[in-house]
Design a protein around this ligand. Structure first.
Ligand code: AVJ
Length: 311
C-alpha cells in the first residue's frame, strides 16, 4: 500500500475493529497484491464453485443475457477486476456504445483495458478509476442512448442486506432511468457444500484469511504471531451467510505503536460475511432498491444465479 492516506485508513480500521467487543476487520482489506493472487487461486480450487459456475452460466446463456441489453447501450461494470466474465457478454454485443470498467486499481484497469482493446478492436473502452460504492460520474462523451450495468461475482454478498439494498439503489442513480442491471448472486444451498467452498482442502482460503495478519505486520509494523491464528469458515443458516474468522489458538496479543489488543484463547476476529440468497430473496432485495426483476438464469444444479433487473 503506497498512499499514506490508504495506510492511515487501514490503521484506523484495524484499531477500531480490534477494539470492538467482537473483533472484526473489513473484507476489503483482503485484496492487496498477495491477497488478489490468493483469491485467484481460490477460484481454481475444486470446492470453490462460484466462479466457474457463474462463468458456465454466462457461457451458456450469454446470448440471452446480452439480448436484454439495448442496442448502442453503454455497459458499466462495477468493480471490473479481470475482464474474463464481461467477455462472455461482449462477444454477443457488436453494437455497444462503450464499455466502462469501474475499479479502484488504476494499474489493473489500464492493463485489462489494453488486453480487451486488442481482442475487441471495434469496442470503445472508457475506464473509470473509482470506488464503485461511492458517488462517481460516468465519463463525458458517452452516447447514453441506453445504459446497462454489470455486477458479477456475487460481490453483492459481501454487503449486509441493508447496505446491499443501498448499493443497488446507488447503481440505479449512477445508471439512470431505463437502465438494465445484470447481477451475479450466489445461492443458499447445502451447508456442507458452502462450508467446503470457504475451507478448501489445500488451505488456500486459510492463507487468504491469514494474509490480513501478514498485512498488519508489513504495513503497520504490528507484532503478532501469524501462526497463532487459525482459519474458521462456516455457513450461518439463521443469517444466511458464510462467516470467516481468524481464531486465536491461545491467549496472546497483537501490538503496534501504543496499542495492545489482547486475545483470549478461542477469541476471533470476524473477517468476512458472504451472504447467500434464494432467488425470491434477491428479487425482493432488488425490488426494495427500486429495480424490477426481469429474468434470472441458473446452472443445472442451482448453485448460482444471474439476474437481469430494469428500472
Ligand atoms: C469475492 C466476495 C464473492 O464471498 O465468495 C472467497 C470472497 N472469500 N473465499 C466470496 C471469498 C473467501 C468472495 N467474493
Amino acid at each position: 500500500m503506497a498512499a499514506p492516506d490508504a495506510r492511515r485508513q487501514f490503521e484506523e480500521d484495524v484499531i477500531a475493529g480490534l477494539s470492538a467487543p467482537q473483533k472484526f476487520l473489513s473484507a476489503k482489506y483482503f485484496y492487496d497484491a498477495a491477497g488478489s493472487d490468493l483469491f485467484e487461486a481460490i477460484t481454481r480450487q475444486p470446492e470453490y464453485y462460484p466462479t466457474r459456475t457463474e462463468l458456465g452460466i454466462l457461457e451458456a446463456k450469454g446470448a440471452e443475457i446480452a439480448a436484454l441489453i439495448p442496442e448502442r447501450a453503454d455497459l458499466v461494470e462495477f468493480g471490473s477486476g479481470s475482464t474474463v466474465k464481461v467477455r462472455r457478454l461482449l462477444m454477443h454485443l457488436s453494437d455497444l456504445g462503450a464499455y466502462v470498467p469501474v475499479d479502484v486499481s488504476e494499474t489493473f484497469l489500464r492493463s485489462e483495458a489494453q488486453a480487451l482493446a486488442t481482442d475487441f478492436p471495434n469496442l470503445t473502452i472508457a475506464p473509470v478509476a473509482a470506488d464503485f460504492t461511492r458517488a462517481f460520474t460516468l465519463p463525458d462523451g458517452l452516447a447514453r442512448k441506453a445504459v446497462a450495468g454489470f455486477f458479477p461475482g456475487s460481490t453483492i454478498g459481501n454487503f449486509e442486506p441493508p447496505q446491499a439494498t443501498q448499493l443497488l439503489a446507488h447503481f440505479g442513480r449512477v445508471l439512470g432511468r431505463g437502465a438494465t442491471l445484470i447481477v451475479g448472486v450466489d445461492l443458499v444451498k447445502d451447508k456442507a457444500v458452502l462450508d467446503a467452498a470457504y475451507d478448501d482442502a489445500a488451505g488456500v482460503t486459510a492463507a487468504f484469511n491469514r494474509n490480513l495478519l501478514v498485512r498488519m505486520t508489513r504495513e503497520l509494523g504490528a507484532t503478532l504471531d501469524v501462526e497463532g491464528f487459525c482459519h474458521r469458515a462456516f455457513f450461518n443458516p439463521e443469517a444466511s451467510r458464510i462467516e470467516m474468522h481468524l481464531v486465536s489458538s491461545r491467549a496472546q496479543s497483537i501490538r503496534f505503536g501504543d496499542h495492545v489488543f489482547a486475545f483470549a484463547e478461542g477469541e476471533t476476529i470476524h473477517t468476512e460475511n458472504s451472504y447467500k440468497y434464494t432467488l425470491e430473496g434477491f428479487r425482493a432485495l432488488a425490488t426494495a432498491a427500486g429495480w424490477t426483476p426481469r429474468a434470472v438464469w441458473t446452472d443445472p444444479e442451482n448453485l448460482f444465479s444471474v439476474h437481469a433487473l430494469s428500472r
